[in-house]
Design a protein around this ligand. Sequence first.
Ligand code: FAD
Ligand code: UDP
Length: 371
Amino acid sequence: MKFEYDYLVVGAGIFGSVFAYEAKKRGKKVLVIDKRDHIGGNMYTKNMDGIHVHYYGAHIFHTSNKEIWDYINQFAEFNNYINSPIANYKGKLYNLPFNMNTFYQLWGTKTPKEAMDKIEEDRKNHFVENPKNLEEQAINLVGLEIYEKLIKGYTAKQWGKDPKDLPAFIIKRLPLRFTYNNNYFNDRYQGIPIGGYTQIFEKMLEGIEVRLNTDFFENREKFEHIAEKILYTGAIDEFFNFEFGHLEYRSLAFDHQVLDVENFQGNAVINYTDLETPYTRIIEHKHFDDAKSKHTVITYEYPKKYEIGSEKYYPVNDDKNNEIYKRYKEKAAKESKYLFGGRLAEYKYYDMHAVIISALAMVKNEFRDKE
Ligand code: FAD
Ligand code: UDP
């Protein structure tokens, strides 16, 4: 049977776009579809009043992998932005991640020894052997006071669950350091693409046919016959018609506002770590790249319960969901026409650089014999 395309790529996010770019480079004919009205997936940035708005939440590129850093730099020049969010807990401000500045703001401690003694005293009163959940893990790491002021409320809002019912790994993402260093990440390379993320996708998809507002499931049969192979980067449970049950996700709502002020909050990211404030963070986009504008654009990020039909932002990687995913994964491995990748198809809390690593590994595997 002769197919119109070598590859159909479902999803114009970073996984699908890297794959499409690499396939085209190898002479393959590729069609990319996305159900949204734009390319870029959750990395999409929209130009609003001259400011590149991170439309689906703040995206800071960071990696320690030089190969990946060089790879993404082919498509855009990055600035030297360092993410240094601030936490607002009941009107008081604290630096993040947890570092000497935070400890000074909490307790007035000035030396690492003073801060370590303070945390140690708190930790030892509440220490749990073999922490089994996010709450136990966090208290073991930073003690009860930091947990209650900077973690508990934020986490409960973000995930819509008691931190006792969440996996410990989520909190391991955050550094704890005894230096005056507000860099949220420990990675060697970090930045924001000058001109926004969308241009990266425009370059990756140059010369490739892209159909937007096109949902794979609305025409599944047609799409199955259009290409020899299909890379699917949408939700895995949906692909298999929820045969083993619905996977759980956490959704978000973004409220973008253009304000007639030059500088609203003085920082790109401010987290609201109490339980009562309904949003988790306010993003002021111009501070990502020092945009010169008399206006500013801010985004309130509200955590939201996932309901069928709403956007799936975060997989909930607890034991129950991971078990369900395992069954989908086994089934997916038997589909010889299909490849599966990305945060939705792999049901994984994935950073951008890790998605690129994974997409390039798939490229290597897929084109091994054919280059
Ligand atoms: P996506 O970007 O979700 O792309 C999948 C695409 O598939 C979507 O465009 C979707 O519309 C399309 N699609 C799905 N189903 C179908 C269908 N049936 N038919 C057609 N199209 C379909 N990572 C970092 O490294 N740093 C950060 O600071 C960071 N911040 C984040 C903040 C938030 C709020 C969120 C939610 C994520 C953040 N991430 C961050 C993670 C980052 O967004 C992901 O790693 C990356 O975007 C995943 O790319 P992807 O291609 O796997 O998925
Ligand atoms: N977190 C927190 N307080 C904060 C920021 C983060 O408790 O001020 C916790 C929360 O559980 C969150 C996790 O750390 O889900 C990971 O945070 P990160 O900022 O890495 O999450 P993302 O940007 O992916 O939402």
